[in-house]
Design a protein. Sequence first.
Length: 107
Amino acid sequence: MNTPHVEWIWLDERESVGLTELSRVCGMSAQELDELVEYGALAPIVSDQPERLFNAACVMPLRTAGKMRTDYDLDLFTVVLLMDSLTRISTLERRVKALEATAAHPG
């Protein structure tokens, strides 16, 4: 399977993604993403680029929330709540893995 560069770059949270690409991969319009920015669910990266850029770390939670929005006919404000919860869960999962790794190999 030949995965395009754009597909695997989302896994690298140090990368950025433009508004157009984020809209495409998450199935939301640019206007909906702008609303998420207004609600504080998305924070663009300050840049001198003409198009808004976002940290690639937002792609996976936003895709999940967008899919749930479509599947369950949720409004955009609910997506904001989902984004917050999904981001918190992801952070906690990373912390648990780090703690488990530390416990498995005590210094």
